[in-house]
Design a protein around this ligand. Structure first.
Ligand code: PEP
Ligand code: MG
Length: 581
């Protein structure tokens, strides 16, 4: 009999194969005393385990293919750094000496202390770092207890073609999947914005998260079909279902190969409206992909990643050099630099004062609010962008505006910087474009006011939806309310687009919604003419745009705006998408 289970599909694609289950490490750690004469030997045993754990992790890192997204190496680097940190290196040694206890026990005590600190943090992002502590500690414990590495880390190819099932996964696990030819995975926990989900998308592995109690129904070696787009797993599928999915799988493959032909082709609707397709970029290393997919430019460069994993924020020269370097790669394509958006779910080592943890961080001192409070953090970046503007078409974009006064202060600061540069005869682009992100409902409602003061707007749907629906975007318990199709969200998008049209300024969209093919028709119908998307999604969006007529889509969007709820909008769009494709 076929059983169907449902979860949250976070990475599209179909996989068919046998299951391999990864069980979480559960070590039974007991305390025992060490004779005073053997303490040094016990410390050596601990230090050797740490060294070996580090070597294992480095070996995993070395197996990452050069083409792999930099997110993955960054995760492993974080774990390597933790292995070098005094909290995990020195503290257990001190405990072994002080308590005359075994290394495993000392490490367990230190792990509990660290996890307690993380658990008490209000910042949702930092709270998730306790999983990283557990991951690193387990690796050392496994060494101390002489346990073999898990099967999926062994360098044989026995797992090739398997689909992994786990309660949750670590970044290093995910990297090894690629190395061992594992085709897909499903987890019992996690949401669409979890690390695991992000990694699955960047690796292009079909994946489902949050499939609760999956381990109760799926056994080792079960034959399953996994549909990442719909979040469905079929256990022991019947021949008919198998045939259907194998056909879908082939069609998908053919489809993605065919998209390559669109590189370098114009993006234009069947009724002749040109559409701009820009790319979202996080790290300078990823700028090459902008040219590879033939994007019209970079619509969102998330610069806060420059501030992460370091003690001090970058200075003006570092900003300037980075921007000049990426502009060279872009060879004259426009670059929209989003000024730093630290706070909330963003890791903030190199930017935020320690101890500054709000009880409601997404509603707290984040993005432009933090920048205006701390000009020493903001001004060097602004100055560097203005100076870099002499080297090519750069636009400055301010995140999380909620009040026009914030923008007026920024514009004043820009004018001051320009005067300073004039005095020193430092050149810059006199027509530097300054824009703002519309991602707070208050800004969307008053988009006309922002449009009067700015050169362009860009809609950040990730936050706009979070704030409109009053849900924390990293909290998987309220994820079900994260609905891009809610008429309230659509009306705010529409209001913003209309404000731009009236003021004759461009309005882009750079949130995830812009890069999701299921919303392309609706967004075009609502009036969006500039999309900024993850490079991997760009050609698919281009394909959809090049095959549709705006006249039809405008009528559909009108219907959607008047719908009662997201389900009704989804039905309107699904039937339209079917008839349009
Ligand atoms: C957004 O909120 O939609 C956005 C693009 O910004 P970020 O995801 O970086 O908050
Ligand atoms: Mg945002």
């Amino acid at each position: 009999m076929t059983i169907a289970l449902h979860g949250v599909g976070v990475s599209r694609g179909i996989a068919v194969g046998n299951v391999h289950i990864i069980q979480r490490d559960q070590f039974d750690i007991r305390e025992y005393s060490i004779e005073p004469g053997s303490i040094n030997k016990e410390i050596q045993r601990f230090e050797m385990a740490v060294t070996n754990a580090r070597q294992q992790l480095r070996a995993i890192r070395d197996h990452i293919p050069g083409t792999t997204n930099t997110d993955i190496t960054a995760f492993i680097d974080t774990h390597l750094l933790m292995l070098e940190d005094a909290a995990l290196n020195h503290e257990p040694v001190r405990l072994i000496r002080e308590l005359a206890c075994n290394a495993e026990w000392a490490l367990k005590l230190q792990r509990d202390a660290l996890v307690n600190v993380f658990e008490e943090m209000d910042d949702a992002y930092l709270r998730t770092r306790k999983d990283d502590v557990d991951y690193v500690v387990n690796r050392i414990q496994r060494m101390l207890l002489n346990q073999a590495p898990p099967k999926h880390e062994e360098p044989d190819n026995l797992l090739t073609g398997h689909i992994v099932l786990a309660s949750d996964l670590t970044p290093a696990d995910t990297v090894m999947f690629q190395y061992h030819g594992i085709t897909a995975f499903v987890t019992e926990y996690g949401g669409p914005t979890s690390h695991t989900a992000i990694l699955a998308r960047s690796l292009g592995i079909p994946a489902i998260v949050g499939m609760q109690h999956a381990m109760r129904y799926i056994n080792e070696d079960d034959f399953i079909i996994l549909d990442g787009a719909r979040g469905v797993v079929l256990i022991n599928p019947e021949e008919l279902a198998l045939k259907h999915y194998r056909k879908l799988q082939k069609e998908e493959k053919r489809y993605y190969t065919s998209l390559g032909k669109l590189k370098g082709k114009p993006t234009i609707t069947l009724d002749g409206t040109p559409i701009e397709l820009h790319a979202n970029i996080e790290l300078p290393r990823d700028f090459d992909t902008v040219l590879q997919v033939g994007a019209d430019g970079v619509g969102l460069y998330r610069t806060e990643f420059m501030y992460m994993n370091r003690e001090t924020p970058p200075d003006e020269e570092e900003h300037y050099e980075t921007y000049t370097k990426v502009m060279k790669i872009l060879k004259g394509l426009p670059l929209t630099i989003r000024t730093l958006d630290l706070g909330a779910d963003k890791q903030v080592d190199g930017g935020r004062q320690s101890g500054l943890v709000a009880s409601n961080p997404a509603l707290g001192l984040r993005a432009i609010r933090l920048c205006l409070k701390e000009p020493a953090l903001f001004r060097p970046q602004l100055r560097a962008i203005i100076r870099a503007s002499i080297h090519g078409p750069v636009r400055v974009m301010i995140p999380m505006l909620s009040n026009i006064n914030e923008m007026i202060l920024v514009l004043q600061m820009i004018d001051e910087i320009k005067s300073e540069l004039d005095e020193k005869r430092i050149p810059y682009d006199q027509n530097l474009q300054v824009g703002g992100m519309i991602e707070v409902p208050a800004a969307a409602v008053c988009a006309d006011v922002f449009a009067r003061h700015l050169d362009f707007l860009s809609i950040g749907t990730n936050d706009l939806i979070q704030y409109t629906m009053a849900i924390d975007r990293v909290n998987d318990e309220v994820n079900y309310l994260y609905d891009p199709l809610h008429p309230a969200v659509l009306r705010l998008i529409h209001t913003t687009l209309q404000a731009g049209e009236k003021a004759n300024i461009p309005v882009a969209m750079c949130g995830e919604m812009a890069g999701d093919p299921q919303y392309t028709h609706l967004l075009l119908g609502l009036g969006l003419r500039e999309f900024s998307v993850h490079p991997a999604a760009l050609l698919e969006i281009k394909q959809i745009i090049n095959q549709c007529k705006l006249t039809i889509l405008k009528k559909l969007a009108k219907k959607a705006l008047n719908a009662d709820n997201g389900i009704e909008v989804a039905e309107i769009m699904a039937s339209a998408n079917r008839s349009l494709s």
